[in-house]
Each structure stands twice: as C-alpha cells, then as structure tokens.
Design a protein around this ligand. Structure first.
Ligand SMILES: Nc1nc2c(c(=O)[nH]1)N[C@H]1C(S)=C(S)[C@@H](COP(=O)(O)O)O[C@H]1N2
Ligand SMILES: [Mo]
Length: 509
C-alpha cells in the first residue's frame, strides 16, 4: 500500500483576523449611514435612516420608558437616545464582521436586517413621501457592497495589500456624510424665518409691570427669553418648514373648508397674548413651564369663518412631522378663552424649534392636548373618530393644567435668621388667589404675590421665614380663584399631570 493514496488534509479556509473582520463591519456601517444621510439631504432630512430609526424608537417607546428617559435625562433624552443607538449599531457591526471571518454571507445577512429596519422606519414616517425610501435603500446597497468588497480584498489579497481600500471607504464615508449634512442644512427654514421681517401686533399685549416678577429674589423673569423657553417634542430633527411652503387646512365638520397661506395669516390684524405654557410631564418642582407674548390670530375666529358644525367635539391638529393633538372644541370656542394660532413669540417669528411657521396655543391646557407646533392641518371631528398621539399612549383625553407652585429660592445654604423663600405659582385661565409656605411643620404663612398680568400666566411670590441654625424644609401650596387648594397627595405625571407640594430642604448657618 502506498502512502500516496492517503487523502491530504484539506487546507484550512482562509480566515480574517478578528480585528480586521470587526473593522470591515464598522466601515460598512459608516458607508451605509453616510450614503443614506447624503441621499436624505435631497429627499427629506427625516429620511436619514439613523434619524428615522431614532424617530421610530421614540414613537414605539412604551410610556414608562419615555417617562424614565425624560425624568432621568430631561431635555437631553434625545442625544442620549442617538448616542445609545450609535453604540448598539457599532457593536452589531463588529458582530457582523466577527461572524464573517471566512465567508461574507453571515455579515451580509445582519446588514440586510439593519437595512430592512431602516426602510421600515422611513416607510412609517407620515411626513415623508415615497422618494424618501431612496435614502434607506441607498444605505442598504452601500452597506452590502462595501462589506463584500472589503471582505474579498482582505481575504484574497491580504490585509496589508488592501489597506488602500479600507482607507478609501473611511474617507469616502466621511466625505459623503459631511456633504449630506451640508446639503441638508441648506434646506432649513432659517432663511425663510429671517425673511419674515418684523411682525407688529394690531393689538399689543399691555406692557409687563416691573413688579410682575421677583427675579431679584430668585424667581424666573416674568417673560421667558425665547432661548430659555422650555422645549418638549417628539422630533429628533426639528422640522424645517419654510413659510412660503406652509399652508393650514381647516376641514372636517365645517360648513366650508378653508386653506390659509402664511401671508394670509400674517396680513390679518395680529393680536398678542401673554400665556404660560406648561407640560403635563413636568414633575412637582420641575422646569417645563415658561411664559411668552404670543403673537397671532384668534383661533375661534378662524374656526368661525369655516363654520363649526353641530356635533364637532374635537379639534384634531396635525403637525408636519405627524404629531397630533386633540383639543375640546368647546374650550376653544369659549368666549374669552383666547386660543390662538400663533406665528410669533416675544416680537419675533416663532423660533424654529417652537413651531415656525405656526403653532397652536390654548391658555389653560397642557401642551400635549393643545399646543401643536409646525401645525398644518386642523380637522373638526368627534372624539371617537380620531385618537391623538399621547392619547394613544395612555395619557388622558382632557388636559386642563393643574394648579401648582414651585420654590425657586433659596438654593443651597443661607444665613440663620430671616430667610426669603421665593418661587412661582400657576393656575392658567383661573388665576392664583393665594400662596402659602410652611417651614418644617410650622404654620402656613401667606406669601406676597406679584402683580397679576393675566390669569393665563404664572404669578411669582415671596415670603420671609424665621430659620434657626440647622437644616430645614419648606413646602409651598397655592390656592386658585376657584377656591381649590393644591392637594398634598402625590400623583405621577401620567396620565394627566403631577400633584403634590413642592418641598425643598436647606441649611441655615
Ligand atoms: N409637533 C409637535 N408639537 C408639539 C409637541 C410635539 O411633540 N410635536 N409636543 C407638545 C407638548 S407635549 C408640549 S408641552 C408643547 C411644548 O412646546 P414648546 O416646546 O414650545 O415649549 O408642545 C406641544 N406641541
Ligand atoms: Mo408636554
């Protein structure tokens, strides 16, 4: 027997070093995201697969997780989400590479799954047309091709001989991503907003008296600067809607359907109203409350022009990004309610992140049921026919703002003796009647109130307490003009707003 007949052991298939395989995964991811981002600049910024997946994640996130995110990260919840997504994507890309050390197919399957998620996310955007699907499709194709190309090069020609391909992909992805960013930002609404020019009210709000706040004692200023106004929305990319492209359609249960252009709204006699907006997600003592001089037109007047029909219960408003809110028609049409279609804040066109070109403002209602930003559609309908964004997610149908108060000062240590405690209280559209503060478990002491500007806005207060050396707590409660005094019963923000007394602790030295 000749040993020649023995089978030679099969040569081990060529195998990529783990680090190289992981790098191929990451570079393919970069190429995919960059290609999608570049195309999105032309078919709609929300079509960038990364952002679309993030938006879908926001819409699909269960309420408890959303609350956790808002209460843990506040307004930083979006950067945290995008950062978290980036980490997950890079890890998955490394895995895609590592499972493909001999053959490209397993990694390509992972990429294909990624791609389908991106396409589905863009598909589900109500604000994007069919063309927007080109962006995630470009991502998918770029991801698959680059993965195969780098894989084959590294496997057949060796790692060091294919260094140039790796470099080419890295630079190419960087350039495409930046180009997409640049091209996309040229389509924003900044120019359109700047071109609006001065907006002058035919009926200005009366000037704010000097004693409308106690900012010197640590309260907020009565009017919030536009740049300090709290911001809450579900939009990962701020919708960019040039005024010349904006239209507002009023339809549904109306006698005649109406459509307004921006110029038609701005050329009407504009009114100005001071309103304190606040968010249902504001925890006791929280920051999601601000006051502005809103400029615009009376919403009830617009609806009257369309002719609201009997039986219309809900004003279902839709934003260009698909957010919706449902407001009781009876509230909007109430004489003296002061609901507005607003186009300006504090003498300027609305800031883009606060709804440029136009938004709704309804004094006395939480933002989620009334304050639709980037609003383009008003449908008069019934409660049964339509469920708005947050109603579908377990929040209450009606969202009247609860009477609340907050302590803003002192913060940190104070000198023992007379201690000034100051803050704000609000009961929009009802008005604040009285604010009381309790030191430790002592008697409730009545605070001095600022001059009332309107019942639709907050009111500041201060009180002087005698605090001995040591640590203390102070609680506040407001009474509104309906006679209601804030309950100490703690309620969570879901489903219709937090309750409880805001309490602080401080040390007197
Ligand atoms: N398009 C759109 N409008 C929206 C929202 C949103 O997510 N999308 N959030 C609402 C909520 S919950 C609040 S509290 C207010 C906040 O308005 P601001 O960001 O101008 O303070 O906007 C409302 N309008
Ligand atoms: Mo809100």
């Amino acid at each position: 027997m000749s040993t020649e007949l023995r089978e030679a052991p099969a040569p081990a298939p060529p195998r990529l070093p783990a680090a190289v395989a992981g790098l191929i995964g990451v570079l393919s991811l970069a190429a995919a995201l960059a290609a999608g981002h570049l195309l999105a600049a032309f078919v709609g910024p929300g079509a960038s697969p990364y952002l679309a997946v993030g938006n879908a994640a926001i819409d699909l996130t269960p309420t408890w997780l959303k609350d956790f995110a808002v209460s843990t990260f506040g307004t930083n919840d979006k950067p945290v989400l995008l950062g978290g997504m980036a980490v997950v994507m890079v890890l998955l890309a490394i895995v895609a590479g590592l499972i493909s050390r001999t053959r490209p197919l397993p990694g390509q399957i992972v990429i294909a799954v990624f791609g389908v998620v991106g396409i589905a996310a863009v598909w589900g955007r109500p604000d994007l047309g069919q063309a927007a699907l080109l962006a995630p499709v470009a991502s998918l194709v770029a991801g698959l091709l680059v993965f195969r190309w780098l894989h084959r090069a590294a496997l057949t020609r060796g790692v060091s001989a294919s260094r140039r391909q790796f470099l080419f992909v890295a630079i190419g992805a960087g350039v495409a991503g930046l180009l997409g960013q640049w091209a996309g930002s040229r389509k924003d609404a900044t120019g359109s907003r700047a071109a609006v020019g001065p907006l002058a009210p035919a009926q200005p709000a009366p000037p704010v008296p000097a004693d409308a706040d106690f900012a010197k004692l640590g309260t907020p200023t009565f009017i919030t600067a536009n740049s300090d106004f709290y911001r809450i929305d579900t939009a990962l990319v701020v919708p960019q809607l040039p005024a010349q492209d904006w239209q507002l359609r009023i339809h549904g249960m109306v006698d005649r359907e109406l459509t307004f252009t921006y110029d038609e709204i701005r050329n009407r006699p504009l009114i100005e109203r001071v309103v304190t907006l606040c968010c249902v997600s504001n925890p006791v003592g929280g920051p999601y409350i601000s006051t502005s001089r809103f400029l615009g037109v009376d919403l009830a007047e617009l609806l009257n022009e369309a002719g609201v029909q009997q039986g219309a219960q809900q004003l279902y408003s839709t934003s260009t990004d698909g957010f919706t809110a449902g407001t009781p028609v009876s509230t909007i049409m109430e004489p003296g309610r002061g609901a507005m279609l607003a186009i300006g804040m504090n003498g300027e066109p609305l800031p883009i992140e606060h709804g440029f070109p136009a938004r709704l403002v309804v004094p006395g209602l939480y933002g989620y049921v009334s304050a639709t930003k980037w609003v383009t559609d008003l449908e008069l309908t019934t409660w049964d026919a339509r469920q708005a964004y947050w109603l579908e997610r377990g929040w209450s149908q009606l969202g009247p703002i609860k009477t609340e108060s907050r302590i803003d000062a002192p913060q940190g240590g104070v000198s023992a003796g007379k201690v000034r405690v100051a803050g704000v209280a609000w009961a929009q559209h009802t008005g604040i009647d009285k604010v009381e503060v309790q030191l430790d478990s002592g008697p409730w002491q009545q605070a001095v109130l600022s001059t009332e500007v309107t019942a639709d806005a907050w009111r500041m207060w201060w009180v002087e307490l005698d605090a001995s050396k040591g640590s203390h707590s102070a609680s506040v409660r407001a009474t509104d003009r309906s006679g209601y005094t804030q309950t100490d019963r703690l309620a969570d923000v879901v489903p219709d707003g937090a309750t409880g007394w805001h309490t602080i602790t401080f040390t007197a030295h």
